[in-house]
Design a protein around this ligand. Structure first.
Ligand code: 5GP
Ligand code: ZN
Length: 113
């Protein structure tokens, strides 16, 4: 049984505020936003981590980046946003279904913590 929360959201079996959907990508508001705009952009395909990508998945990840651009424009932040992917627990990953965090709407410090 698939217990992945993001798979459940993608399948409509768990609630989320979805802001974008395409054949290969879904985007929805983070439940605990870390910025005025904090959207998670995920491939429909369950891939746990960037480190698990196969060459056949590279096209999907291109779609994810394209979706990020579309979501940024949708929220009026196309000129200033950050995309973050945490890979592995040591880097802060807590949901093991690849997702890009799109963060915007405040000053974003560099380097990140
Ligand atoms: P990670 O720590 O894996 O990089 O990011 C996981 C993100 O998913 C966190 O920012 C967390 O707030 C968010 N999150 C965890 N569970 C849910 C959920 O059920 N719904 C939504 N919308 N976001 C979630
Ligand atoms: Zn999943």
């Amino acid at each position: 049984m698939n217990t992945c929360i993001f798979c459940k959201i993608i399948e409509g079996k768990a609630p989320a505020k979805i802001v974008y959907e395409s054949d290969q990508v879904v985007a929805f508001h983070d439940i605990h936003p870390k910025a005025p705009v904090h959207i998670l952009i995920v491939p429909r395909k369950h891939i746990p981590r960037i480190a698990d990508l196969e060459p056949e998945d590279h096209g999907i990840m291109g779609e994810v980046i394209g979706a990020a651009k579309a979501v940024a424009e949708q929220f009026g932040v196309g000129d200033g946003f950050r995309l973050v992917v945490n890979n592995g627990a040591i880097a802060g990953q807590s949901v093991f279904h690849i997702h890009f965090h799109l963060l915007a709407g405040r000053c974003l410090g560099w380097p990140p913590g």
